[in-house]
Structures are given as C-alpha cells and as structure tokens.
Design a binder for this molecule. Structure first.
Ligand code: PGA
Length: 256
C-alpha cells in the first residue's frame, strides 16, 4: 500500500512496574526538560497507576502527554484491583497501553479482552496504544503475518473507522522486548507496512494512512533513527530505555 505520511510521530515511554511516586515525579520532570522545544513529535509517558496523578501535575503546561499501562473495560463495579477508563481520564490520561505482550503472557489477556478494552477506551475518548507482535517461535515458523493479522483484526472488531483513527498500534516483536535484540529496520518496516495493509482492508486506505504505528522492542538512542526513518514506522514504544530521562530524550530526538 502507498503510505502517505502526514502522521505525527509518537514516542511513548512504558515505565512498566518501575518507579515510586517520588522517583516518577523526578523522571517526568527530566523528560519534560529533555524534550523541550521538540514540536514535530508527540511524547507520552506511561507511569504505574500509583504515580499518574503526581506525574500529571509535572506534565501540566508541557507538551508531554500522560498514558496508563492497562485498564478494565467496565466503567465501575465489583472488579477488585481493576481501574476503569473513566478513572484514567480523571487522572488526565490521554493514552492507555492495551494488550502489551507481558499482559497477554502473564495475565491472560486475549484478542477478545483487548477488543473489549479498546472499545471502552475509545468510547470515553481515551486513545489506546494497542500492542501486537509475534513470538520468536512464530517468527521462525514463518507465521508472523498470520499472528499479527489475527491480533489486529481481533483488536479492532466492531470499532468504527472514525474511532479506529484515534488508535495507535505498537508493533512489538515479543522476542525483541527487553532482550537487547531489535528487529532490523527492514524486518520492522515489512511488518508495519503489512499492519497498514490489514487496517486498509478492514477500513479504508484513508484510515490506514491516518493510524500511527509505533515500533517497540529494545529501542535505544543508537538504533532509533534507523527505525524511525522507515516510511511506515511512526515513532516507538520504549521500555527499559525510557527509565532515564536523557536516554529517552535522545530517542525522541531521533525522530526525523
Ligand atoms: P523494551 O520494552 O524497550 O525494554 O524492549 C518495550 C516494551 O515492552 O514496550
């Protein structure tokens, strides 16, 4: 598919289960300072739930947006331990990561529950960052395309084209997350272009061209530019390297 790139790149830091509220506040402050004046890229930080409020205060008046790492699909009720989309909105979240491979692997998330979450998020105006990606075994068995097609189709089931355009997709090959192994720019671009093609089939070329697709998996300042300059890669979802403000800022600066 012809990729017409008018999309604003987006780089998000997924802090995972790291940083107490005090440390999160300091890290967020460092990010705000580190990306000052960079206008061509959207920057998001996703701290643990416990730090959302405090980080929101640090981000106030800056260009950096706030995201959460997960949410439940119900608005409220007897779901011990869960957090709803509405609660995230009151913490001033704009984004929410959904279907991260760690949630799928350790907490039983499936394409169906990712879909429920996605629908609940877009219904209240929260923008999902939906993660998809194959395991090493799947890549070696040459089924990456099938796996990713199933995850994308499942996530977007019953979502209108208008709502779909607010979604960010993060392609994160499971074998590249936290391992130091990165997909080569060519490997990553091939899957990104394929994801855009699948979205085009589900909706339209216009919707496919509007959706931003981030790459994630061991992105560092040294490999970010080669990844981010690929035509279908619209920034990144950064784990380990987002825990140091200066390193994260260097990755943001790698956006062309
Ligand atoms: P990583 O994690 O950058 O530490 O590989 C990426 C992610 O899990 O989102």
């Amino acid at each position: 598919m012809q990729s017409e790139n008018k999309r604003k790149p987006i780089v998000a830091g997924n802090w995972k289960m790291n940083r107490t509220t005090d440390d999160a506040e300091a890290l967020a402050g460092g990010v705000v300072e580190g990306v000052l004046g960079l206008n061509g890229v959207e920057v998001v930080v996703c701290p643990p739930f416990t730090a959302l409020e405090r980080v929101a205060r640090v981000l106030e008046g800056s260009t950096v947006s706030l995201g959460a790492q997960d949410m439940h699909w119900e608005a409220e009720g007897a779901y011990t331990g869960e957090i709803s989309a509405g609660m995230l909105l009151t913490c001033r979240c704009r984004y929410v990561i959904l279907g991260h491979s760690e949630r799928r692997a350790y907490f039983g998330e499936t394409d169906a529950t990712v879909n429920q979450r996605l629908k609940a998020a877009v219904a209240v105006g929260l923008a999902p960052i939906v993660c998809v990606g194959e395991t090493l075994e799947e890549r070696e068995s040459d089924v990456t395309d099938q796996v990713v097609r199933k995850q994308i189709t499942g996530a977007f089931q019953g979502v209108t084209g208008e709502a779909a355009q607010t979604v960010v997709v993060a392609y994160e090959p499971v074998w590249a997350i936290g391992t130091g192994l990165t997909a080569t720019p060519t490997q990553a671009e091939a899957v990104h272009a394929f994801i855009r093609e699948v979205i085009g089939q589900l909706y339209s070329v216009d919707v496919a061209n509007a959706i931003r697709i981030q790459y994630g998996g061991s992105v560092k300042p040294g490999n970010a530019a080669d990844l981010f300059t690929q035509p279908d890669i619209d920034g990144g979802l950064i784990g380990g390297a987002s825990l140091q403000a200066d390193v994260f800022a260097d990755i943001v600066k790698a956006v062309p």
